[in-house]
Design a protein around this ligand. Sequence first.
Ligand SMILES: Cc1ncc(COP(=O)(O)O)c(C=O)c1O
Length: 489
Amino acid sequence: MSALPARDPPVTADPSAQAPLRLPVHSDELFADVDRAATVAREHAHGNRDLMGLVDVLGIGGPFRTVSPWAFEDEERRHLIHAGGYAAVPFGENYPPLVRTVERYLAETRDIGLPQSSLSAWRAAVEENLVAILASVAPSHARSRVFFSNSGAEAIEAAVKFVRFSRPGGTLINFTRAYHGKTAAALALTPNEEYQAPFRPLFGPVRTVAYGDLDAFEAAVREIGPDKVTAVVVEPIQGEAGVIRPPAGFLAGLGELCKRHGILVVADEIQTGLGRTGHWFASVADGLDPDVITLAKTLGGGMVPVAATIAREDVFQKMLPGVESKRHSNTFGGATLAMVVALRSLELIHEEGLVAKARRDGEVGLARLRELAERFPDLIVEARGAGMLFALQIRAVAPSRFLPVDAELVDQVGAALALRALHLGGVHGCYSINAQRVVRLTPPLNLPEELRDTLFDRVEATATAYPQSWRLLTTMSPARWMRLARLAL
Ligand SMILES: Cc1ncc(COP(=O)(O)O)c(C=O)c1O
């Protein structure tokens, strides 16, 4: 008989023999000061080390400290105007009217934090106000219902379940370069090889059609068979693809076609919704009357994770009826703190006229960026925008055929260097996670006018300093290049 392999003693064998747990970091420490070196070490040891490493090499990773709702400083005390946050920061950081409401809620109310399957005045209020806002522009939604979750991707998962339940067994149609998130169903709707390839087989069936091409959409519906198409999932403007607007009439035409065949329409307004593009809902503004709408980002006021899936009454009720009303749920959706922030955020957007302001400021900003694209064609291929959602497509920093790396990597580095150049010039921008060579500016909707002008002055100064894209390569010292090469290759 062979001997049994020796085993480690079970860890709980003698608790008294183990050293008592001491948490390495205490919150008091962080209130006192930010120790950058310790932060870097901790993130590198236990977080997404390579991502943090990349932003650190580029010198754009902070940690940042706010100096006002709309600006912050990096570790070198460089003043940066906030145009980052991936369109999820509608009021800047710590906007006093939002902070005061949160403080008041914490000090004055005794409502429970996780109402879950009990009644919540705060959740009910957000439901009612959200639907009122939607119905003010799309009256057919007056009786729609709201399901809360915690991230955009989760709002998409709920949307997919709603439409699948309502119209089972069919294909979902999405669009080229769409971005809907990275959880299972959302990932299946996000046609990007880097994100999808390792995880096949994906949730499906999904058919991907060229964005903005109504004929291609109609042909796909005909080929699949209208009765076998469950729904189309569409961004009214593709944010992560680099602020791509479909041709005029595309969304209205899509809606008409779907209505004719009973195909459900999901408008993903996670990035575009609630004022960002100068409209409460970009899809509705372009003539679509969707059956389901997903929201996140702005709804969380730049402060808390919160997402919503709004569905027509019949679609909602079919999936969540009677004792099956728990068929889809999550622990934290509708949590009271998140609802307090969401409620106040909707109020602030409304009371401060931020939808119209985003439209006005967006026109001013886009005019300035287009002027730069004309003046600096060797740096900027195109400037695009929709309200306070701006994109600059950067010319390739080097012809990749001369380099021993693939073109995509060169393009990614180009966008990263443009972000670095903007950072050195005092602008905190954002990457476009579904587009190469595109940097985006997504400033707070309430950015004061002087700061808006300073923001675009700084973008102009950056373009003047690097008038050809290859010059972006000079923003990095040889030592930084070495570190970047070690990380990227
Ligand atoms: C249109 C759209 N849908 C979905 C998502 C996913 O949201 P989240 O990152 O909160 O999961 C995003 C995020 O950028 C988005 O822009």
